[in-house]
Design a protein around this ligand. Structure first.
Ligand SMILES: Nc1ncnc2c1ncn2[C@@H]1O[C@H](COP(=O)(O)OP(=O)(O)OP(=O)(O)O)[C@@H](O)[C@H]1O
Length: 511
């Protein structure tokens, strides 16, 4: 049986439930003719969240327009109240026709409380192609130093190796993206393993008791645009470069022209939105290679197929030393690839143990048949590593260890092998001398090689820097081989994590 209190409660509930709390949109005014323009009036009330939109001056029409609505931001969540292509005609009753976007940004930031915008809405129906592309950045980008970005404040800074989620790739030159996690390319010895499937499009606000606030997407150069920038950079000596880049930005005015012609009716729509007026102004753009599409790889494979670990670095930096130490940490689990050679077998050697022995003719025909990921000649004999031997180690359920030449990466970095590539980096020259000279370290190609000279060590550090600059987009991790024990310890921990934690891999590599 209901008490009076219960009844009162239910009555109140029903009453509240019957009310309409949506923003009230006035009906089309009586007598609106077919030749009148649609006007939208949007009232914004400041809070602490950025608006998440950019504006620009359409030089053809002389109107300031909303250039972009950033995915996930306040304007985006206003469910269509502000759209890309909307023309801004008045701010708090003041006409803004012909004003520079900077001036409008200043007007908006001076306003306190609320502001009313009179807009001519964009009639475009297909607003913003959305995508969920995950990419690894193969270059670094800093909107603060980029002179062509349409809006610096809306730019997303990233480093080579960062993973981005591209949420809108509609624009030919600027995509909208969210950062997925910390850089994959670690410059320390910590493996850059991503957190398992964290959503990039939302985050828990500190102190908000667990409520989730969407993070607005930000602008990053599109793949196409970045490729053009790279081409321009390589043609820098030729004067045409600047013109090319400028050309890329002309689309702005033409792009929007299609959508502002509008329809011929007059409608006044009054809506109230709670938004903060950090409106970004528009400028225009520049920067290197681009993005690689990635997906999450979960290493727990039932058949125990492990990613091979590939050691890349300048000769003499310690790739083989570290490889040996990793193998020694668990000889049953790690296995080095047995190379092929055309040299004579020595009495103490066993075929298939130190080397696989082949005649020179056999080896040459296998090289021609592209069976080797790398090969070379030393003292008149051929040496090489075959793709089949790498695969046979993987199929045995062992972790294959290999320290090839960098050129071999193009044969090894495939969906079939799924290698985890570690760059063994030289420390600075002072540490290089301290660690190597004391240990009488020497190149291992020949036992009679004398210890490294200071000059050879300098060559190693210089080559290390050059390799890193040239190939770092291919590395999954970096280990600085300073103190040998520490470097080996980091490597062993890293190898364990590779088997345990999810990793970003090029798309098509995951099972
Ligand atoms: N961190 C280190 N501190 C001191 N000595 C080191 C360190 N790392 C490697 N070495 C020594 O440096 C020498 C060269 O190392 P290693 O043979 O592993 O180089 P590599 O990169 O494999 O080059 P290569 O292919 O020419 O052999 C060896 O004597 C090795 O013991």
């Amino acid at each position: 049986m209901f008490s009076t209190l219960h009844k009162a409660l239910l009555f109140s509930h029903d009453k509240v439930a019957c009310e309409d709390y949506e923003p009230r949109i006035d009906p089309v005014p009586f007598g609106a003719g077919d030749d009148e323009t649609i006007i939208k009036i949007v009232r914004l009330i400041k809070n602490n969240e950025p608006l998440g939109a950019t504006i620009y001056l359409n030089e053809r029409t002389g109107c300031v327009e909303i250039a972009r609505v950033l995915h996930g931001g306040a304007a985006y969540r206003s469910a269509g109240l502000l759209n890309a292509g909307d023309e801004i005609h008045e701010i708090n009753g003041e006409p803004v026709q012909g004003l520079e976007p900077d001036k409008i940004v200043a007007m908006l930031s001076e306003v306190s409380g609320s502001v009313t915008l009179k807009l001519v809405p964009c009639m475009r129906t297909n607003l913003g192609r959305k995508t969920k592309l995950k990419v690894r950045c193969l270059f670094s980008f800093d909107p603060g130093t980029d002179e062509h970005i349409p809006c610096r404040e809306a730019g997303l800074a990233f480093k080579m190796g960062d993973i981005l989620e591209i949420v809108n790739d509609e624009d030919a030159t600027w995509w909208q993206a969210l950062k997925m996690e910390e850089p994959v390319l670690a410059t320390s010895d910590v493996p850059p393993v991503p957190p398992a499937r964290r959503s990039a499009s939302s985050a828990t606000t500190p102190g908000s008791g667990g409520t989730v606030t969407p993070i607005p997407a930000r602008l990053v150069p599109s793949k196409h645009y970045q490729e053009r920038i790279n081409q321009s950079m390589s043609l820098q000596s030729q004067d045409s470069q600047t013109d090319k880049v400028e050309e890329d930005h002309v689309p702005h005015s033409t792009e929007w022209r299609l959508f502002v012609l509008g329809e011929n009716r007059f409608v006044v729509v009054v809506v109230v939105v709670v938004l903060h007026l950090v409106v970004f102004s528009d400028f225009d753009t520049d920067e290197i290679p681009t993005y690689e599409e990635v997906e999450l790889y979960h290493p727990k494979h039932p058949l125990k197929i492990f990613r091979p670990i590939i050691f890349i670095g300048p000769p003499g930096v310690g790739r083989n030393e570290l490889k040996r130490r990793l193998k020694a940490s668990n000889p049953q689990h790690f296995e080095e690839v047995v190379p092929y050679t055309s040299r004579e077998k020595r009495p103490h050697e066993e075929d298939g143990k130190e080397y696989n022995f082949l005649s020179r003719d056999e080896m040459e025909s296998q090289i021609v048949a592209q069976k080797f990921v790398e090969f070379g000649e030393y003292k008149g004999n051929l040496y090489g590593t075959s793709l089949e031997s790498i695969k046979s180690v993987i199929q045995k359920g062992k972790v294959c260890l290999l320290a090839p030449h960098t050129q071999a990466l193009k044969f090894i970095r495939t969906a079939e092998l799924r290698p985890y590539i570690i760059f063994i980096k030289a420390p600075d020259m002072e540490r290089m001398k301290f660690t190597r000279l004391e240990q009488h370290a020497r190149g291992t190609h020949n036992e009679s090689t004398p210890p490294f000279t200071a000059e050879e060590l300098r060559d190693i550090t210089e080559m290390s820097a050059k390799m890193e600059e040239r190939y770092s987009h291919l590395f999954d991790a970096v280990i600085i081989n300073d103190d040998l024990l520490e470097a080996a310890g980091s490597l062993i921990k890293m190898a364990a994590k590779i088997e345990r934690e999810d990793q970003w891999v090029p798309v098509g590599w995951a099972y």
